[in-house]
Design a protein around this ligand. Structure first.
Ligand SMILES: *Cc1c(COP(=O)(O)O)cnc(C)c1O
Length: 467
């Protein structure tokens, strides 16, 4: 296939996409295939000779859609959403056609400059203070790793990047037990190690206990460790828990520690002023991550890291070899120096399309609706004697158990969840909370309606009656 056929096949793909999205409600949300089913349909070796696009496309239609879990399905209530708004899809098509490697200003002036402006738009949209600047990364995991490496280097006065970490006093990172596993992984990869990630106990609201943090830092100093940074949770993955941001940042500042706020999911909701209380005090943070690719509507991947003082991360990651010098342009922004990978995609384009095509008001009303509908569903389940709410709605996430009289709530909840996902009308996932197997409910798909959210109740009742 060559360029002369691009319009034909792109149009075919676009028509397929429109039809797919329009008819998603007719498909089971979670893929119903078994492990190995898809691989078994593919030949073992790559073809030696070119194949016909007609055949390739028909194999795609035959094999792929039923082999996928449909993240854009309006009744996808599992994990967290991963929204792809149509305007964002169009922007990605254009970015694909240009396919630039946006590592330097010189290799991608428009991508670099639009990225800078989008960071400012988002900072203001989230109500963050004007001193923040930032960078687009692929995922929150990468943003958090960048922050943890900066914590390490800052604590070691940047000796790690020259002579390595062996023989140094171990840096210590603090986080609550509600934080995401990406913090653990960052500590593994940064050479800090799981043992030097100190999980601080949480209070009745599942927020980090400030006194316990203070005590842990003091103990570590006494024991010869170097306290380096605190990762603060805003909207944790399990039940949506948040730390007391202002109080934790104050302690970290008093102790000279670097702070990173993980608001990967909840950050999108901060475009609505009425939800911002959960991160009060966030303007004191050194680094903040949120994923527009979760709830906002820019499809995967698109994670934004805000930085109060980018110089510290640039000193940690900003390697500039001779062949990447931009001659005569020492002052331009070269975003590769802000992140771990050198190569970067043109991710800012979809943010530009997204915010213009829906407006911040359009995006806010979606998020407000999701939160309101989830609260309505929670109230309906709470009123039903067969269900128990195990954690209340935090933004658009709550958890519950199936607790009919006389049954084993863990086993029954597990069974019901399995039936729900085999049934396919909706898709829910689970977590373990305070030792109990609980079902998570979160709404946030771009096109989901109140009826979609309320259908969860009907599906649960319908299937529970068969248990
Ligand atoms: C989803 C999530 C992450 C991980 O995000 P990726 O972009 O997939 O790396 C980290 N922290 C929280 C709180 C999350 O919700």
């Amino acid at each position: 296939m060559d360029n002369s056929e691009l319009t034909k096949w792109s149009n075919r793909a676009t028509e397929w996409s429109q039809e797919y999205l329009d008819t998603l409600r007719d498909r089971p949300v979670r893929s119903q295939v078994s492990p190995g089913d898809i691989a078994a349909q593919l030949p073992t070796h790559a073809p030696e000779q070119a194949e016909d696009m007609e055949l390739i496309f028909s194999d795609f239609e035959r094999i792929v859609p039923d082999g996928m879990t449909h993240w854009q399905h309006p009744r996808f209530f599992a994990y967290f959403p991963s929204n792809a708004s149509p305007a964002s899809m169009v922007a990605e098509q254009l970015a694909n056609a240009i396919s630039a490697q946006c590592m330097l200003w010189q290799t991608s002036p428009a991508a670099t400059e639009i990225e800078g402006v989008m960071i400012n738009w988002l900072r203001d949209a989230l109500g963050l203070a004007p001193h923040f600047t930032g960078v687009i990364q692929d995922s929150a995991t990468s943003s958090t790793l960048s922050a943890v490496l900066t914590m390490r280097e800052r604590a070691m006065d940047w000796r790690g990047i020259t002579s390595g970490t062996s023989g140094e006093k171990p840096p210590r990172i603090y986080a609550s037990a509600q934080t995401h596993s990406s913090i653990d992984k960052a500590c593994w990869v940064a050479g800090i190690g799981q043992d030097n990630l100190v999980k601080i106990p949480t209070d009745a609201n599942f927020s980090m206990q400030p006194d316990a943090l203070r005590a842990a830092i003091a103990q570590d100093r006494a024991d010869g460790f170097i306290p380096a940074g605190v990762v603060i949770c805003v909207g944790g993955t399990s039940i949506g828990a948040s730390d007391n941001v202002a109080e934790i940042i104050k302690i970290a500042r008093d102790e000279g520690l670097y702070t990173h706020v993980d608001a990967a999911w909840a950050g999108s909701a901060m475009i609505c002023p009425e939800f911002r209380a959960i991160w009060d005090g966030v303007d004191g943070a050194d680094s903040i991550v949120f994923n527009p690719h979760k709830w906002l509507g820019a499809q995967f991947d698109c994670s934004v890291q805000f930085l109060a003082d980018p110089a510290q991360q640039l000193r940690t990651l900003g390697l500039r070899p001779d062949y990447l010098q931009t001659l005569g342009q020492a002052e331009v922004t070269n975003y590769n120096e802000w992140t771990i990978p050198l190569g970067r995609r043109f991710r800012a384009l979809k943010l530009w399309f997204l915010m213009r095509a829906y407006g911040l008001e359009g995006l806010r009303s979606r998020i407000r609706n999701h939160v309101a509908w989830v609260q309505e569903l929670e109230a309906k389940l709470a009123a039903d004697p067969d269900f128990t709410i195990t954690t209340h709605s935090r933004l658009s996430l709550f958890t519950f158990q199936y607790t009919p009289k006389g049954g084993d709530a863990d086993a029954l909840s597990r069974q019901l969840l399995q039936m729900v996902n085999d049934d396919g009308r909706i898709y829910l996932t689970q977590t373990v909370h305070k030792g109990k197997f609980v079902i998570r409910m979160t709404a946030g798909q771009f096109d989901c309606t109140r009826e979609d959210v309320m259908s969860v109740y009907d599906v649960l009742k319908d299937l529970a009656a068969q248990l």
